[in-house]
Design a protein. Structure first.
Length: 238
């Protein structure tokens, strides 16, 4: 009996604790191509793609279109009124609004330097002063001035390039009817109705005119004599 009492007690088997259920593996999501770019920069609008296309008119997408346009434009007159801007992004950046009172005219101007009369008196060709002499006024400003003369009841707002060939350049000139009631009642546009803005193209108040007067890309030290005009300060401007 004593031997039986000294026998080692039987160990009770421990129930194994149930392990928690394994978490499901996360599903792998494959991002669509270009998704990261959209998240960073956002989607691009129509004006962006119009501007990108006009940066290189000689590209494969634009060359055939521009070729046919120039064929049609050569048959037209010097001033052609169009229904809407060809370069909508550029027109909107320069102040165009699709409302009554705006007029878009495509103007054609000759290319090349200043056509001077050839002197028949005795002197060598170098001293005749004919070749390599160009006007300080750009061809774009000439297009704006001629269009302003053609439409005397409107003021030139701005212009932009739309095409060229070996003989001519074409610009779309935006004009505003300063007597139109819609323009007069618009607080963002009626500044052009002021008498101070009269004859803007011939006074160099358009963006092309200010660029030719040296008031856009030249600022700071060294260009103090550019203002108020190149003719002031004894013509010491650049």
């Amino acid at each position: 009996m004593a031997e039986e009492s000294k026998a080692a007690p039987v160990k009770k088997e421990r129930k194994a604790k149930a392990s928690p259920p394994a978490a499901p593996e996360p599903s792998v999501v494959v991002a669509a191509p270009g998704a990261a770019e959209k998240k960073k920069g956002g989607s691009k609008g129509m004006y962006h793609y119009i501007g990108e296309a006009w940066k290189d008119p000689d590209s494969d997408d634009m060359s055939d279109l521009m070729w046919q346009r120039l064929i049609d434009w050569r048959k037209e007159g010097t001033f052609v009124r169009v229904e809407r801007p060809l370069r909508l992004d550029r027109a909107r950046a320069l102040g165009y609004k699709a409302k009554p009172g705006f007029v878009i005219v495509r103007a054609k101007v000759r290319r090349g330097g200043l056509r001077k009369h050839r002197i028949k008196k005795g002197r060598r060709p170098k001293r005749k002063g004919i070749l390599k002499i160009t006007m300080r006024k750009s061809i774009q400003r000439i297009a704006e001035e001629r269009t302003s003369k053609k439409y005397p009841n409107c003021e030139v707002l701005a212009s932009y390039w739309v095409g060229q060939d070996g003989r001519h350049k074409w610009y779309e000139v935006m004009l505003v009817d300063v007597n139109h009631p819609v323009i007069k009642s618009d607080p963002k546009l009626n500044w052009i109705c002021s008498p101070k803005q009269s004859d803007r193209a011939n006074r160099g108040l358009t963006p092309a005119g200010k660029k030719g007067r040296g008031l856009v890309r030249t600022q700071g030290r060294g260009v103090e004599k550019n203002r108020p005009s190149l003719g002031a300060h004894n013509r010491q401007g650049t």
